[in-house]
Design a protein around this ligand. Structure first.
Ligand code: NAD
Length: 525
């Protein structure tokens, strides 16, 4: 690696959070490496764009089949580096990426091809319009550790198919799986400089934001997202920000307690609760409250916590000591303020320092840190509070700085969908949580502090392309009436014309038509 004068080259270690075993060590990329990677990407991108979308789609097809063949191995590596159960690595990471590739293979051409733009302004009827979707050039992607494969891979595939080069700065906690992604894309025929991985900590990410990239897709915490947005604003770098969530779950009085409690336990504890879309606040109608609490506590106690490599494990370790301390402090604060701990509530030290027992808290309120509007808990904690009316549930759900997703649980789908309109978030699921991330057609992203822009689906793909409008005049030999040469009654003629186009009363429209025809006739004479 080239010497780096601007900050000392640091080493980052990838550690298996279940065992503490060091899986690998890497040099961090410094600003010099970041700049030169971006320059190489910029130089290579025009050829990649010239490959054409059909050839890029073929490369995605090869990538998909190579990943399919290696699914078990990749899932194992994700489980080792991020600590999650292998089955989750397969379902929430590998499968999500296979399906994102499927979506892009089937749809990217149709979404990104040139479009003819019809228009309704009669004054402009001599214009023929066309929309082009052009790549930005070099897209920087900065990703977190909690979904170390599916997040950067889905964003990367969309950026690449649109004709961009990508420079990825993965989380310092999970660099090895990002290098696996690089290997898979190379094997699929994506040129070296078109997809590059720069391992490193936050300062490598900061150097990427300051480099000459053309667009940035960031996924991570609100605090980092805000810092990045400030830097990006200096040069109006377009950004997509996928930030945190404090997702509410609302259980209406007609919900099935057994189904909803199983959904709550899974939605709160999947990936040890370290999911942006995980259920962080649960509101249950008072008529079901007690039965729901009992069901959740019983189901939480039965969950098998352990090393993700063990096929029977349902909950793995948390990523590191820092995250465990946040969870501990939120649980302790809730306990001190009167919450009841119905299950878990502490580390499982016999398994290792980063294992935290799936925790169910009852009688929580918004004065507790675990429910506060501006702080994710991001661990295996399910805090539950009662409500007495739909209006109260909506008010509580919306009482948050975050707005990523929410879920509503009811036997009456139409009622759930009606209520969904009142929740101020990017996605509402009725009778499930979290799994919307695996629907490749669906947009992913939030409102309020949860972020800006969307990934996934056609909206995510469109984020990777600049829209260019090409406007061709069909009468090149005719001077336009709106060009200079004002005066001579032109203003009056224009007033008539505007009335002709937009007046609602038929009389006014007809009068304008007669006057316009007269003006035209006089001009002809
Ligand atoms: P983080 O913000 O600490 O780090 C995210 C990435 O940003 C890492 O690669 C990190 O090295 C880098 N980074 C840190 N400081 C930087 C800086 N100053 N400039 C540029 N890059 C910098 O987040 P995390 O702990 O890795 O991830 C967890 C967070 O991500 C949670 O808040 C979670 O809700 C959120 N998240 C959101 C989504 C979503 O789609 N909305 C998905 C997953 C995770």
């Amino acid at each position: 690696m080239a010497p780096n004068a601007e900050f000392a080259v640091t080493r980052i270690a990838s550690v298996n959070p279940a065992t503490g075993e060091v899986l690998g060590e890497l040099d961090s990329a410094g600003p010099t490496e970041v700049r030169s990677a971006v320059a190489r990407a910029r130089a290579a991108q025009p050829d990649w764009n010239a490959w054409g979308i059909r050839n890029r789609v073929k490369a995605l097809g090869r990538f998909q089949q190579i990943l399919l063949a290696r699914k078990t191995d990749i899932a194992r590596r994700i489980a080792q580096e991020a600590g999650k159960p292998q089955v989750e690595a397969l379902l929430t990471e590998v499968l999500v990426v296979l399906d994102a590739a499927r979506f892009l293979i089937d749809n990217a051409f149709a979404i990104l091809r040139d479009e003819k733009l019809a228009h309704g302004n009669l004054a402009m009827k001599s214009k023929s319009g066309r929309i082009l979707h052009e790549p930005y050039g070099v897209v920087g992607i900065i990703s977190p550790w909690n979904y170390p494969f599916s997040i950067p891979a889905t964003e990367t595939l969309a950026a690449l198919v649109a004709g961009n080069a990508v420079v990825l700065k993965p989380s310092e906690l999970t660099p090895l799986i990002a290098l696996e992604l690089e290997g898979l894309l190379r094997q699929a025929g994506v040129p070296n400089d078109i997809f590059q991985v720069l391992p490193g900590e936050g300062e490598t990410g900061a150097a990427l934001v300051e480099s000459e990239i053309d667009k940035l897709v960031f996924t991570g915490s609100v605090a980092t997202g805000r810092r990045i947005a400030q830097t990006a604003a200096q040069r109006l770098l377009p950004v997509v920000l996928e930030l945190g969530g404090k997702d509410p779950m609302i259980v209406l009085e007609d919900a099935d307690v057994d189904v909803a409690s199983s959904g709550a336990v899974w939605g709160a504890f999947v990936n040890a609760g370290q999911t942006c879309l995980s259920i962080e606040r649960c509101y249950v109608h008072q008529s079901l409250y007690s039965a729901f609490l009992d069901a959740c506590a019983e189901k939480a106690r039965k969950l098998r916590v352990g090393n993700g490599m063990d096929p029977s494990t349902e909950i793995g370790p948390m990523i590191n000591e820092r995250q465990v301390r946040i969870v501990e402090s939120h649980v302790e604060d809730a306990r001190q303020r009167g919450a009841r701990v119905l299950a878990g509530g502490a580390r499982l030290r016999e398994l290792g320092p980063t294992f935290f027992a799936p925790t169910v808290l009852a009688d929580v309120d918004h004065g507790m840190r675990v429910m506060q509007k501006d702080a994710e808990t991001f661990g295996p904690v399910l805090p539950i509070a009662p409500f007495s009316s739909d209006a109260e549930a909506v008010r509580l759900a919306n009482d948050s700085d975050y707005g990523l997703a929410a879920s509503i649980w009811t036997r009456d789908r139409a009622r759930g969908e009606r209520l969904a309109r009142q929740i101020n978030v990017g996605t509402v699921m009725v009778n499930d949580a979290v799994s919307c991330f695996s629907i490749s057609e669906a947009p992913h992203g939030g409102v309020k502090s949860s972020g800006v822009g969307r990934t996934h689906g056609r909206w995510g793909l469109e984020e990777m392309a600049r829209v260019k409008y090409i406007d061709s005049d069909l009468l090149p030999r005719m001077k336009k009436i709106w060009w200079f040469g004002y005066g001579g009654g032109l203003a009056g003629e224009m007033e008539n014309f505007v009335d002709l186009l937009y007046a609602r009363p038929l009389r006014q429209k007809l009068k304008a038509a007669v006057r316009s025809a007269g003006a035209l006739w006089r001009k002809k004479l």
